[in-house]
Design a binder for this molecule. Structure first.
Ligand code: F6R
Length: 612
């Protein structure tokens, strides 16, 4: 997690760093800090949000054309000012920011302490800066080579930027396992954890690869070496991101904006891929692996959090449509439990950020065991698309609200297309059936638009739920993963304890929780299990639970039983998660607002989870 940003050029660095940190704040908001090169390095740090840092630094001279900035998600050490980055060498001449975890920091620290270094913070990061200092002292290497040599001693993950008073024309950056991108301006350079702080200055970027160290020199430009001292040629790519997508665009919160963007993001995630008239579907990434995919003995989906819920939807889709056995694995469990992966297995990793450490590790493990690994990711150029053999991007655009919304529906949209492609290619569905699905898929954006119109009703529902301390979400079939996702949305932004369950599982335990104080959100849309769902709702009502139902337009039976209900448009069951998840996103948004919670930056969370 943590966001890092740096600038070197002829502009004032401070405003660029602050704006960049605000863009990266989704990665962590426990503390923020900047270091600016003036006649000497000047540092400003504050615990809390970037705004606190801004307020504090406004009283001081923040001039300078070179600087580094950091927003922290605490791992080692409390989120206070001492632990905030940047961290410094003993003579305060080298400043360093870091995203990641240095796993052998305790051993390195012990050794450095023996050699007389004093540590001021509890962070793993401070070890890095003293290590660089020690290498430089012993070897008289240039700062760039000292950084490179020092990194050979380190195990763990890092993206770092180093600023030094003795090298006022340079910044040094390096990466292993944590993302880092360099923006290439005219006689100026930007460094950041992702492209969002860079996009308004330049479209030209270089993505730094693992174990690469980059020397950014105002006179000589960019040069890259691996930590093993091998020269690399920088590969400049053009960004496709649009600046407007990073602003709130009139909405009070990013989350609300992103919920409302879904008709567009779902459309974008199928644009150019499906043709309902011809009954055709095109997914470039799948084509190359056509034989492997059609002959796969099973597909293992791996992901975390919301993306894992999208994987559960995929389980239903792939088994239903493509008749292939599917398993769904939490990446964090999969990576550590020596899973059986045979030749002929395909692993599909799902991730919005493309940087989730557990998912990346699961991919590496699957590759080692010989599986073909595909990715479904949102952030172009992120680590997961680069680590997988092939895949398909979701085109949801940048998702900034920490609670995932449009990324989830974009993932489900892409996974639906993958399942259809596979089913059609394998012959488990014929062209006529494919064409019917595609027509329905094309109608989804306008149905989502319609589902968004329930907002006023959802808000009324939220008023009743907002004072609760617990909530249950129930669904069956395709609505089960949606129930899990609805519960996750509620707990992560409103801090209400919420659980999602397959409705039929209630009677095996959770039903004991139900009384007149327990709100039960039921997904009771028209599907194969509608009648069964009605029985489950009756079980809840019989125990005086309050039922808040999501129903299909025109429903009669559930409406009669529910305390409140929301009507959403009808669609084939296989596509229903794309619609039924919408009111649940709105519900969690309103409940969180009513409880005075920070919707876009919920406590303890970060958007991109680059630590284990
Ligand atoms: C919840 C949420 C998280 C992420 C999870 C995986 O709203 O956003 O649960 O889904 O951290 O992140 P990605 O998809 O970036 O791998």
């Amino acid at each position: 997690m943590c966001g890092i940003v740096a600038y070197i050029g002829s502009r004032e660095a401070y405003p660029i760093l602050i704006k960049g940190l605000e863009r990266l704040e989704y990665r962590g908001y426990d503390s923020a800090g900047v270091a600016l090169l003036q006649s000497e390095i000047k540092v400003f740090k504050k615990s809390g949000k970037v705004q606190e840092l801004k307020d504090y630094a406004s009283k001081y001279d923040t001039s300078g054309n070179i600087g580094i900035g950091h927003t922290r998600w605490a791992t080692h050490g409390e989120p206070n000012e001492v632990n905030a980055h940047p961290h410094f060498s003993s003579d305060n001449k080298i400043a360093l920011i870091h995203n990641g975890i240095i796993e052998n920091y305790a051993v390195l620290k012990e050794e450095l302490v023996k050699r007389g270094y004093e540590f001021h913070s509890e962070t793993d990061t401070e070890v890095l800066v003293h290590l660089i200092e020690e290498v430089q002292k012993n070897t008289k290497l240039s700062l760039f080579d000292a950084v490179r040599v020092a990194l050979n001693e380190v195990t763990g993950a890092y993206a770092i930027v180093v600023l030094s008073e003795d090298n006022p024309q340079q910044l040094i950056a390096a990466r292993k396992g944590s993302p880092l991108v360099i923006g290439m301006g005219k006689d100026e350079f930007f460094v950041a954890s992702d492209a969002t702080p860079i996009i308004e200055y330049t479209n030209n970027v270089v993505y730094v690869d693992d174990e690469e160290v980059v020397l950014i020199d105002l006179k000589d430009g960019l040069s890259i070496k691996t930590i093993a001292n091998q020269e690399k040629t920088p590969y400049v790519q053009e960004l496709e991101m649009k600046l407007e997508t990073l602003e709130k665009g009139g909405y009070e919160h990013f989350m609300l904006k992103e919920i409302y963007e879904q008709p567009r993001s779902i459309y974008d995630s199928m644009r150019g891929r499906i043709d309902s008239k011809r009954g055709d579907i095109y997914l470039g990434g799948m084509l190359e692996y056509k034989n492997i995919l059609t002959q796969a003995n099973r597909i293992i989906f791996t992901a975390c959090g919301t993306s894992w819920h999208a994987a559960l939807v995929a389980e239903y889709l792939f088994e239903d449509i493509a008749r292939v056995p599917v398993e769904v694995e939490y990446a964090s469990e999969f990576r550590y439990r020596n899973p059986v992966i045979n030749q002929g297995d395909v692993v599909i990793a799902i991730s919005q950020s493309g940087e989730t450490a557990d998912t990346l590790a699961a991919i590496e493990l699957a590759k080692q065991k010989g599986a073909t690994v595909l990715g479904v990711c949102n952030v172009v150029g992120s680590s997961i698309p680069r680590a997988t053999h092939a895949g398909a991007y979701t085109h949801a655009g940048p998702e900034i609200g920490v609670a995932s919304t449009k990324a989830f529906t974009a993932q489900v949209t892409v996974l639906t297309q993958m399942a259809l492609w596979l089913g059609y290619t394998k012959g488990t569905i014929n062209q006529a059936k494919l064409a019917r699905y595609l027509v329905e898929l094309e109608a989804i954006p306008s149905k989502v638009e319609e589902a968004l119109k329930t907002d006023v009703e959802v808000e009324k529902m939220a008023r009743i739920i907002a004072d609760s301390e617990n909530a249950l979400y129930l669904g069956r079939g395709y609505n089960f993963p949606v129930a899990l996702e609805g519960a996750l949305k509620l707990k992560e932004i409103s801090y209400i304890h919420a659980e999602g369950y397959p409705a039929a599982e209630m009677k095996h335990g959770p039903i004991a929780l139900i009384d007149e104080n327990m709100p039960v959100v039921v997904l009771a849309t028209k599907n194969a299990q509608y009648e069964k769902m009605i029985s489950n709702i009756q079980e809840v009502k019989a125990r005086k639970g309050k039922v808040f139902a999501i129903v299909t337009k025109g429903d009669v039976a559930v409406k009669e039983m529910a305390d409140r209900w929301i009507e959403i448009p009808d669609c084939p069951e296989e596509l229903s998660p794309l619609i039924s998840s919408i009111p649940l996103q709105l519900l969690s948004y309103h409940v969180a607002l009513m409880r005075g919670c920070n919707v876009d930056q919920p406590r303890n969370l970060a958007k991109s989870v680059t630590v284990e």
